[in-house]
Design a protein around this ligand. Structure first.
Ligand SMILES: *[C@@H]1O[C@H](CO)[C@@H](O)[C@H](O)[C@H]1NC(C)=O
Ligand SMILES: *[C@@H]1O[C@H](CO)[C@@H](O)[C@H](O)[C@H]1NC(C)=O
Ligand SMILES: *[C@@H]1O[C@H](CO)[C@@H](O)[C@H](O)[C@H]1NC(C)=O
Ligand SMILES: *[C@@H]1O[C@H](CO)[C@@H](O)[C@H](O)[C@H]1NC(C)=O
Ligand SMILES: *[C@@H]1O[C@H](CO)[C@@H](O)[C@H](O)[C@H]1NC(C)=O
Ligand SMILES: *[C@@H]1O[C@H](CO)[C@@H](O)[C@H](O)[C@H]1NC(C)=O
Ligand SMILES: *[C@@H]1O[C@H](CO)[C@@H](O)[C@H](O)[C@H]1NC(C)=O
Ligand SMILES: *[C@@H]1O[C@H](CO)[C@@H](O)[C@H](O)[C@H]1NC(C)=O
Ligand SMILES: *[C@@H]1O[C@H](CO)[C@@H](O)[C@H](O)[C@H]1NC(C)=O
Ligand SMILES: *[C@@H]1O[C@H](CO)[C@@H](O)[C@H](O)[C@H]1NC(C)=O
Ligand SMILES: *[C@@H]1O[C@H](CO)[C@@H](O)[C@H](O)[C@H]1NC(C)=O
Ligand SMILES: *[C@@H]1O[C@H](CO)[C@@H](O)[C@H](O)[C@H]1NC(C)=O
Ligand SMILES: [Cu+2]
Length: 568
């Protein structure tokens, strides 16, 4: 379980599992993660699945801003695995970032590896998850980052805090599910349900199961740290009878938003303040998908209960009114309200002038069937694929970071990912399917250290247009603009918010629309960039940003750790 090594001498207050404990503060923490197959029963279905320390969701990592956590991951499972610390920038230390065959090779069964997770300016909520095939479905947990000792939240201290994890539940084995789908190039079956802190709740046909319950006292304010760890769907979330206040996203503070619902993409986190000021009773908490495409998806609703202490059981528990599944307008209305806090205490630094613009089309494609006999599982007997700038990413078998760091001349990747697609067309037009065939390759984008980068993600109408939550490792970035249709070099930048844009690590690129992000390339390393819908990542909607070393020792990639897993 969790072991904390006390290094600091100062005294501080640590928040652990719902209790405030007095403990010696430290800026180094040690955790032990044992990965193994454990049986869980949900939706009346029992199955063995990979978990950390036999917990689902897995253990929470607790740190303060600027701390370091050493996490020893021991693999007692059947397959190789890696862990990613989602949203943790890991300055100069891509070695501990995790994506399989990008920054490391998998930790093989029976082996272990200690990740050094280096926190810098993140404050709020992040999460960790497996980054090998689809194992993140069950291998995931929270990261809670408190302010530094002596600092407070930019809002009144909540009475208590609670973590809320949204996840997907599959009645089948997720590795078999994706392996089978990949074999024939078909769309994997959607999940069988969603869970809140591991439990699907009241709306599924399995009434004898537990439902997650959050106890609150009348008059008190609570901080809910919400993670969307769902595999393939963006989610609406709400609490019956209550408005709440969103105060942070992806471990950065935002201007408070009072709302009755949120829309959160896979990969994102949101910190929510809830004041228990309604008639003491029980209220449903619910999450259901926002999904605006013809692709198959899980259209179920997961629930939990907000329960006032000392309340008499109501005859019927009120249910929140969430926007309907395809309600794009409600999704956009919420998203467009998010602005950085940008206060004196929490300033932001948006690049005003950019030195490098990268324009990236984001598409779901098809490849001709490559099976010797039989037809593939995609449309028209083709193989489903996905791409960035029309290049469908093929994962190498030796990690890119080791090859790059050793300056090998003969690498299994290229550095010629283009700054715009080879062919320009009406990306969101009706004829986009003419461009359905992608190139397949392992291409990374080289970026100079210190460059002021703008990336424009342009969704296309190729195949099945969909909203794509794009995630960049090693960085957070400012979302300076977004709209439907094609990005226009002359007019679109005029619509940008360069004053208080939200700073995130994952952003939903609207269906048949575009999103522009900005950041300064001040973290040297090999950083994966991909759609956080797992189906799309599996089909190749990925690339790698290689940020070159800077001029000084502290702007260079660190040396590799001694026990880095070697490639099979
Ligand atoms: C785990 O579940 C599987 C599938 O139901 C079953 O075959 C197996 O016996 C279970 N193992 C344990 C230890 O309960
Ligand atoms: C972890 O791996 C190291 C080698 O990298 C080995 O020396 C050590 O015994 C392993 N620890 C466990 C608990 O397996
Ligand atoms: C995967 O395919 C195998 C072989 O056809 C089948 O036995 C198994 O049930 C499939 N698993 C899933 C999760 O679809
Ligand atoms: C829950 O109920 C279902 C029938 O509704 C039954 O098949 C299952 O075994 C029960 N599970 C437990 C854990 O009691
Ligand atoms: C929530 O906010 C809406 C819109 O401002 C308002 O109409 C509603 O009364 C509020 N509900 C509660 C419980 O405060
Ligand atoms: C999703 O489910 C809801 C409620 O069951 C239903 O009204 C809606 O039509 C479904 N949406 C889609 C796109 O299937
Ligand atoms: C709940 O009820 C108990 C027993 O009646 C009482 O001691 C306690 O103060 C009550 N708590 C609240 C929050 O009202
Ligand atoms: C979205 O916001 C606009 C402007 O505030 C409002 O007119 C519209 O009703 C909202 N739409 C939905 C679906 O809430
Ligand atoms: C950005 O460019 C403008 C015009 O070229 C210049 O006036 C301004 O000083 C630049 N700002 C920064 C922060 O470099
Ligand atoms: C493919 O064809 C070969 C030879 O015709 C046959 O032996 C094999 O079983 C076939 N495989 C499938 C999956 O149908
Ligand atoms: C990573 O490389 C190993 C060989 O080192 C290979 O077995 C594995 O399939 C690769 N993983 C992916 C996701 O391609
Ligand atoms: C790569 O090639 C250069 C010049 O051709 C040579 O100096 C260098 O040693 C080579 N690097 C490796 C790792 O073999
Ligand atoms: Cu996607």
């Amino acid at each position: 379980m969790e072991v904390k090594k006390m290094l600091g001498l100062l005294l501080g207050i640590f928040f652990l599992d719902g209790l405030f404990l007095l403990s010696a503060a430290s800026n180094v923490h040690h955790y032990s993660f044992i990965l193994k197959e454990t049986n869980f029963t949900r939706l009346c279905f029992e199955k063995p699945m990979l978990t950390v320390n036999e917990q689902f969701p897995g253990p929470t990592i607790h740190v303060r801003k600027g701390d370091t956590a050493f996490v020893n991951v021991h693999n007692d499972g059947k397959y190789g695995i890696t862990i990613h610390w989602h949203g943790v920038k890991q300055p100069n230390n891509p070695w501990s970032d995790g994506p399989e065959n990008i920054t490391q090779c998998p930790i093989q069964p029976g082996k272990n590896f200690t990740y050094e997770v280096i926190f810098s300016d993140e404050e709020g909520t992040l999460w960790w998850h497996a980054h090998s095939d689809w194992s993140r479905a069950t291998v995931h947990g929270h990261i809670v980052i408190l302010p530094e000792i002596g600092k407070t939240y930019p809002f009144p201290e909540p009475y208590a805090e609670q973590t809320i994890f949204l996840a997907s539940w599959f009645n089948t084995d997720v590795k078999e599910l994706i392996d089978n789908a990949t074999l024939i190039g078909g769309d994997p079956d959607p999940s069988d349900g969603f869970t809140i802190n591991g439990w699907p709740g009241a709306l599924y046909n399995c009434s004898n199961e537990t439902i997650s319950t959050f106890g609150v006292e009348y008059g008190k304010t609570y901080l809910f740290r919400l993670v969307n760890g769902v595999m393939n769907e963006e989610m609406f979330f709400g609490i019956a009878g209550h408005n709440f206040t969103v105060v942070a996203q992806d471990a950065a503070y935002i201007k408070p938003i009072v709302t009755s619902y949120i829309m959160i993409t896979p990969g994102q986190t949101m910190d929510i303040l809830l004041t228990a000021d309604q008639s003491p009773s029980s209220y449903y908490i619910a999450a259901s998908p926002f999904f605006d495409s013809n692709a198959p998806f899980d259209n179920t609703t997961t629930t939990a209960i907000l329960q006032y202490t000392n309340a008499t059981a109501p005859s019927s528990i009120p249910f929140p009114s969430l926007p309907s599944t395809t309600d794009k307008e409600s999704a956009d209305n919420f998203t467009s309200k998010i602005k950085a806090l940008a206060s004196e205490e929490h300033p932001i630094s948006v690049p005003q002038n950019i030195t490098k613009r990268i324009f990236i089309t984001v598409s779901v494609n098809q490849l001709p069937c490559d099976l010797v006999n039989g037809t593939c599982g995609g449309p028209n007997g083709n193989r489903l694929a996905a791409s960035l700038n029309n290049i469908s990413f093929s994962t190498p078998t030796t990690d890119i970071l080791q090859q790059y760091y050793s300056m090998l001349n003969d690498t299994s990747f290229d550095t010629d990912f283009p700054s715009q697609p080879a062919v320009l067309f009406n990306f969101t037009g009706d004829d986009a399917d003419d461009y359905i065939l992608p190139e397949v390759g392992t291409k990374a984008k080289l970026v100079e250290y210190g460059a002021s980068v703008e990336i424009v993600y342009q969704g296309t109408n190729i195949g099945n247009a969909e909203n794509h939550p794009m995630h960049l490792h090693g960085y957070s970035f400012y979302v300076v603009g977004s709209a439907y249709g094609n990005w226009n070099e002359t007019t679109s930048p005029d619509t940008y918010n360069l004053i208080d844009p939200p700073e995130v690590n994952t952003i939903g690129v609207p269906k048949n629309g575009w999103t522009s992000i900005r950041f300064v390339a001040n973290n040297p390393g090999v950083w994966f960039m991909h759609c956080h819908l797992e189906r799309h990542a599996s089909w190749g909607m990925n690339t790698v940003l290689i940020v070159k070393n800077g001029p000084t020792n502290d702007t260079k990639i660190r040396r590799p750790p001694a026990n880095l897993p070697i490639c099979a």
